[in-house]
Design a protein around this ligand. Sequence first.
Ligand code: ZN
Length: 87
Amino acid sequence: MARCAQCMEPGIGDMAQHQCGSNERLMRYFEFGHLPPKLQRVSRHFYTVADIVRNTVPDGSEKTVCLRKLLEAKDAAVRAALDLPDV
Ligand SMILES: [Zn+2]
């Protein structure tokens, strides 16, 4: 699979739709290693899905919407998980 030489994102579909590094920047917000364990247990699954989307969905505005909505869902899940007991 070809990758963008600039940001190393996989080049799927029309590379003219590729916005260099934008999805890479969004992926930062799915990182979970800095969270307390009880929040990591919720958050890490969203990273997995985001990574699958990043690597399988063609670049373009709908992909960015997908990642942004997934990020919104992840943030809500993490807020909800604040009420869980510490593990
Ligand atoms: Zn790029």
